[in-house]
Design a protein around this ligand. Sequence first.
Ligand code: ZN
Length: 179
Amino acid sequence: MLTPLPESNSIFIAALVFATERHRNQRRKGMDHLPYVNHLVAVVDLLWRVGGVRDPEVLAAAFLHDTVEDTDTKPEELERLFGVRVRILVMELTDDRSLPSPVRKRIQEEHAASLTLEARAIKLADKISNVDDVLHRPPFGWTKGRRQEYIAWAGRVVDRLRGDWPALEAEFDRLLAGH
Ligand code: ZN
């Protein structure tokens, strides 16, 4: 017989449904054009398996972390559906799309050190997933130089996040050491 999920876990299922629907027409930039949701699954899997994260709100925020930045989703909507903590976590991880990419990258680097503990875990898992994609499924047309530049930048962001999530940090290092 199926055991019903505890009520606290239902927020995670709701986030999974919401994010899958919002990102439904998006694909990753990699040359095998994986569905965008594969990235979200990778991030949540890393948090659960490597980071040992079991907090349903943090796992929900991980599934939702790109909805405001990359889909037509408003922070207020996240707060109404998932609560204020999830909204704040997602916004900690959301870049301002109105700024040019180099500026966004610089701001991300600067802000990394001031992220909350839970946002750091999600950011680390996000960077592991993104670097894994750039190493193994590089976006079409990216030169070796551009890939190296991206990985160096991700490494600088990760360096500013270090100290709280040793297993995730080691996973990032292992990924780079293999290359
Ligand atoms: Zn992401």
